[in-house]
Design a protein around this ligand. Sequence first.
Ligand code: NAD
Length: 436
Amino acid sequence: MKISVIGTGYVGLVTGTCLAETGNEVLCIDIDKSKVEKMQKGEVPIYEPHLDVLFHRNIKANRLRFSTLLEEGIEHGDIIFLALPTPEDEDGSADLSYVLGCASDIGKLLKKYKVIVDKSTVPVGTAERVTKAISSETDVEFDVVSNPEFLREGFAVDDFLKPERIVIGSSSEKAIELMEKLYKPFVRSGNPVIIMDEKSAELTKYAANSFLATKITFMNEIANFCEKVGADVDKVRAGMGTDSRIGKRFLFPGIGYGGSCFPKDVKALYKSGKDSGYDFDILNAVIKVNDIQKKILIPRIESYFNNDISGKTFAIWGLAFKPETDDIREAPALYIIESLLSKGANVQVFDPEAMPNVKRKFGDKISYALNKVEATINADALIICTEWSLFRTPDFEKLKSNLKQPVIFDGRNLYDLEEIEKEGFYYSSIGRKTIK
Ligand code: NAD
């Protein structure tokens, strides 16, 4: 099939590449000229495991092309995916200006029947608004489908190629048939394609993300309570997670959820609720608790240094909002860096993939180490913000000799308490006793 993807970020580029991999002719459109030029030269503009192999293979096979021209995209694709940003607006709602602006441009360019697929995460009722935006510009027949994306950054290619489910929201049989044909190669193992109305599809995505954010936040509160009463959250987690109704995943406490989705999606669902006269009390609490959790290490760090960290130097391991991505949007590390800087501390950081993005944000306000060991040289303490595998088994002797004193604040519970005690560190983690 001929497919166009408008917006080639984490979702659009993975969507385009994976659809090309199953034999479709894909044209990706992006407004960002320099990004498109990079991709045309064969450079993958983001870090996403396994993407580069598929990207290069499909460019070589001429199944994957890039352009800045929307009119080319509208001409090319029988199915046109919108993978555009829906960032948080000032009032917490999803900013639909990218999606609706593009819809009205599509209306101006439409010459024959197309299926317009909304892959961006959008509030209930957006398919209707997209339909209106297009039809106010044209009389040509078209269908709008809501097809929310559930891929996880860091596993995006695997998730797209082997999705646990595909959700298609549409009232048009013609569009549903086309979508089912397109996705058939991805669900050969029998995972479901769930067909529903547009509004339910739109809400499914927000409900899923908000539920996951709530699960993490609940566990963060249990962890905070563990610290108050002397329980160990690792043991509580193991005891809870073996209950199949609860499950083992998403029970790891830490310094809050971040990323390009959970923070904005929870807020957008909360705001949608308000706009419809419904108060999502749970989501209100989730937002509040997560804001506090992101900065939970700061008072501990200050207290360790007698409430004066000015002039102290902190090593930070991990900047991305989670491992296996270079995405730093809403990453807890950013809040910690900002807070340390505002209190007069120095910061030296290391992350295997996210350093260029952090450099663009902080410039020379912090220093950037070439590796995890270098980041710790002459630091007063180490702070761990992202659970990259390479931080899990450090050379503790080297760490001790590099740090001015053996102090670790671990926002991701990477180390075994007994081991770290034997190594002689002061070690503060989340929901477990502090090793002094
Ligand atoms: P992104 O910011 O990484 O990418 C968006 C891309 O769209 C950018 O390359 C930008 O240059 C381009 N763009 C902006 N305006 C454009 C226009 N008018 N025409 C063409 N291109 C334009 O965003 P993302 O992370 O890929 O997210 C896209 C959508 O998918 C959002 O709604 C997000 O909530 C949703 N989503 C994201 C993820 C994720 O893990 N990142 C997962 C599921 C769903």
